[in-house]
Ligand binder design. Sequence first.
Ligand code: IMP
Ligand code: MG
Length: 338
Amino acid sequence: MIDLVCGGQAGDEGKGKIAAYLSYKGNYEYCVRVGGPNAGHTVVQDGVSYTLKNIPSGFLNPKTKLVLGAGAYTKTEWLLDEVKKTNTQDRLIIDPYAVLITDEQTGAERGASHFMNHIGSVGTGLGQAVKERIERRDIKFAKDEPLLKDFIQDVPELLNRSLDKGGDILLEGTQGIKLSLLHGEYPFVTSRDTTASTFLGEAGLGPKSVRDVYVVFKPYITRVGPGPLEHEMTDEKELEIYHTKGHEIGSVSKRLRRVGKFEKRSASRAIMINNCTKIAITHIDMFPGNDRVKREEDFTPEAKAFLANLRALSAEVYPHPKIALISTGPDMEDTLVL
Ligand code: IMP
Ligand code: MG
């Protein structure tokens, strides 16, 4: 069966950590990533931190094979650099139609003030590559790169054969509902839809084999670029705590993230549109006194009130997901299972 990890806010909810945890503890045959290298997923194990722009966060489980679907965009040198750092050359599989962003595409995006200033693009070239793909230009696919030839396989065939034999797949999405091209806050969005059904299509999977859809939330929202943020924090001292203790600095863009209060409306839409069955919460330790708490009873009243409010919201929104995972610190092991 397929489990999915989706973002419930404006990206950077901690999908990387949740995907890493699930994959480390679970028995997934494949961990699949789609989307672009504008999304940095951070995974910390035993104090060692990895920021992944290409490789699925499930790489920590040595038994899991790592897959980039046809809806993945990467850059050859960035990918190969990560493969080396994560020592994953023996278990990486790439769809022939995953896109390789060229230096020209990166340059074109970085030179376009519409992308960089108006939308606040990360500048990886993803938007430019998507644009050229839609225009049916002569873009570069993974199948065209000799350095990647050993990794190329028919991904839809492989994944669906695994499902047929009872295998499990973890599909790691990117960004969050507020950045969806379809359901987000246009035009301050990324160049793709960022919800569960699209992630499935981008991997070559259908909806019938989905078991759980995890949607990840923080108790607050961050945004690296322009666009709406309800109740944005402006107090410098308060913001500094998020930028230091909360590590709220863009993992790819390196920009200081804007911070706002938890938004009920976008949370409801994330639950609804993703058909969320399980909620994962990260950064609960940003409420003082909740670092590495091991039992729900031991959370502070502030954290407990947040959880109660989220449960009340979920009771009102189909399909009424349960809170399933709470991350209480940066390390993969700092995770409470409810
Ligand atoms: P683009 O996808 O690089 O064009 O960026 C469009 C908007 O989405 C900008 O505001 C980016 O900062 C934001 N964005 C894109 N990817 C991510 C991400 O992975 N995390 C957070 N924000 C992102
Ligand atoms: Mg990120």
